[in-house]
Structures are given as structure tokens and as C-alpha cells.
Design a protein around this ligand. Sequence first.
Ligand code: NAD
Length: 448
Amino acid sequence: GVAQNTYNTGIWSKMDIQERSHIMNNIAYTLKNHLNIFAFKESVQTGRPIKEMEAQMTRLPEWFEYYASLIRSKVDTCLPFKGDFVNYVKREPLGVVAQITPWNHPLLISIKKLAPAIAAGNSVVIKPSELAPCSILEFVKLCESSGLPKGVINVITGYGPTTGKYLCNDSRISKIDFTGGTDTGRIIGEMAGRNITGMISELGGKSPMIVFDDVDIADVVNGTVFGSFIASGQTCIAGSRLLIQKGIYDKFVDKFVEKVKNIKVGDPLDNNTQMGPVISEQQLNKIDQMVKNAKKEGAKVLCGGNIINNQLNGYYYEPTVLEVEPHMEIFQEEVFGPVVVVHKFTDEKNAIELANNSEYGLGASIWTNNIKIGHRIADNIDAGIIWINDHHKNDPCSPWGGFKNSGIGRENGIEAFHEYTQTKSIIVNYSSNTTDWFSNSNSNVRYS
Ligand code: NAD
């Protein structure tokens, strides 16, 4: 109700773009002055190390700055319509949109969705994860103190199958933007379908990291350990399948495992901690069960593989590396925890087959100094985000989303702005000829 009324008043949806852009920049500026508070909140509610959250928070204002600039410089089109017509196409907001977010990057994922949605003039109802709802509540207050009219962003907290379901079933919602698990995505997609509501979904992944023989092993071990274990592996694009070319396989795996064994696991609020706990007991048990299944299927444990029983308050799992075969569940299914599987490949063709052997297609990284190999492999991998010699890098301008069962639609960039607008095509007749189809004359009048 509040979101719809706010939208209908036009206080935001019809505000001059210059003014809207100015408020978006104000939000970015205010946020920059409160990063530490948000880093603390994110760390406490997710268990992710404070060091990680401080680094992540510094990037968040960029999303508001980017979309503030984008709306100032957007160009509507004028099309070559046949005849004496001018056809211009405008982009208008959708109305009230719903956003449903997960717990792993509570604020980052919310901001990725909020910035393009409000830049376009929509009102938003956002439902954060029941496991991490605190920072977004605080953030909306910050937006309002920076000039955003009340009622443009509305937060509702609660569980998915109750509050989330209620929101998704509301026929006043023009689009649902969802990030979470693939199974939840299917359920929400059904609800969206019934109401003819659009949907953007960012779902699960099983991203490969493909390492070629020619690399500097020490450098790439550093890069791939980061790719796998940041956020305790609880990211949708975690490099969870490590594919290594046969010439360096043994040496690379040794160094990789050595590095993983040295990851400092501990209290998230300790500045020296490199990896915290996982989010919940349920998630811990899921990880443990998947690793147990993998052992039964014949996976070889290279390090980790157990729950950590420390004195800390939280659900800790050892950073784990498993040598596996592609048919195993652990090669195919998302773990969403600190577990990476390794497998050897022979040549480019084999690397591509293994990388694409997945229902998912979110991210992939290719590690090589050979520019030709890098581009060739990138051309052949079925994934929406591909890094060459890096992993996880993200920027507001760069489209983010998946192929296959990893989702539909894109976050970031002009793509997300388009997701949050609809085109209106305006066709103007400026011909001096008038026509009367129903006249009785036989002149060759033609409408088309
Ligand atoms: P989840 O699917 O359990 O929950 C995500 C959100 O959906 C939560 O807010 C939850 O309350 C809500 N929800 C759950 N059931 C619902 C229902 N029936 N109706 C409406 N809403 C419902 O996911 P999670 O455990 O919070 O996050 C982990 C998953 O998210 C992983 O699979 C991960 O890959 C994915 N993820 C994807 C991306 C990406 O960009 N593609 C980013 C982060 C996380």
C-alpha cells in the first residue's frame, strides 16, 4: 500500500531526473561516512570476517554514483519509422517492484538491486533474508536522511515461505528481483508467472577455475584460494571446481593445499581472522553431509573434511579440498561452504567439456598467460561472468547474471536499468496528407 501510494503521488517516480540523480549521489556520500558501522553489522549478522566486510563496504557507494550518472546521461531513441512519422521511445519505471535477497552479502546484493530500481523511479518493497535483516533496515534510514522520500524503499522482514510468498503473490508487484537458491527461484518463478509479473533471478552456481600449464604457480594459487574460500565459500560465484592442466597438476595441488591449510579460521571480529564460521547449523550439517557423501563416492580428502569443534560461538567447518571425479554429487551440486573440488584436465577441449559439465552457468575463471588460450576458452564457456586471471571482481557497470539454471536477467550496468524500466513507443504523424479510409472515393488510400 505505502509503496504503491508513494509511486502514484509521483514524488519520486516523476521527480526531475537531475534531482533524483542528486539524491542518489547524496546517498553515496552519506554511506561513505558510515562504512564502519555497516561493516560491523554485516560481520556480526553473517559471521564473515570484519576484514572482508570492511573491504566490501568501500565499494557500495559506487552503485549509487554509477546509476546517478547513468540517468543523467541516458539517451532515448528515435527510430526510422516508415513514412512521415517521428517514433521516439521513452523508458518509464515499472511501478512497485519486489526484491528478495539472501544472507551472504546482505547489503551488497540489496544495493545492487536498489540503486537501479530507484534510479529508474520505481518504489521498492524489499524482503531481506530472515538470517540477516539488520543492515538493510539501517540503510533505508540512511537513504531517507539523504533526501529519499519516505515510502520509496520499504522493508518487510520475515521468512521466505510466509512473508516472501505473500509479497510475490501480490498482483500489484510489477517485477520480482530475486537472489537465492535455484529451488527457491523455481517457486518464485511460478508465482510470478501466475500474475504475469516479470522476474530477474540470480541463482546458484558451481563456478570452475581453469588453470593452464603456463601460469606462475605461486600467483595463481593465491588467486584461486581467494576465489574458493572468501566468505567461507558462501558466494554464488565461489570457485568451487578447480580444474588444473596435467603438466602442473601435482605441483599446483600441493601448493594449493598448503595454502588452504594455513587459512586462519576464527572469530569474525578479530582483525587477523581470514575465515569465519558458516551461516547456520543447518548449513553446517548440509556441508558435512555432502562431504560425507563425497567420501563414500570415492573422493580423496586432500585437506579438511570435518566440522571444527572450537570454543567459539558459531558453526565452523574446515577449509576443505577434495580430489574428485565429474560424475560425483560434489562436482555437480552447490555446497555453499568452504569446500573446493579438484580435477585434472588434458587439453583445451577437455577443459571446456569439464567446465560446461554442470546445470549451472554463473561464473568461471581462466588462468593463463597465453592470450589466445584465454579468449578461446572464454568464447566456449557457458557462463554469464568470465574472468581471465582473476575471480570475483565486480563493478556496477558490468553485467552480472547467469546462463542455464543460474538465473534469468542481469544485475548491474545499463542491463539492470533496462530491467527496471519499460519502453513506451510514441508514434507521431507529421504528414500534411489526410486520409479517409471510409470515404466513397476509389483513390488508392492505404493505411499500414
Ligand atoms: P534462499 O533461496 O534460501 O533464500 C533467499 C531469499 O528467498 C530469502 O530472503 C528467503 O527468505 C526467500 N525465500 C525462501 N523461500 C521463499 C519462498 N517460498 N517465497 C518467497 N521467498 C522465499 O537462499 P539463501 O540460503 O539465502 O542464499 C543462498 C543461495 O543464494 C545460494 O544458492 C546462492 O548460490 C544463491 N546466491 C546467488 C547469487 C547470485 O548473484 N547469483 C548471489 C548470492 C547468493
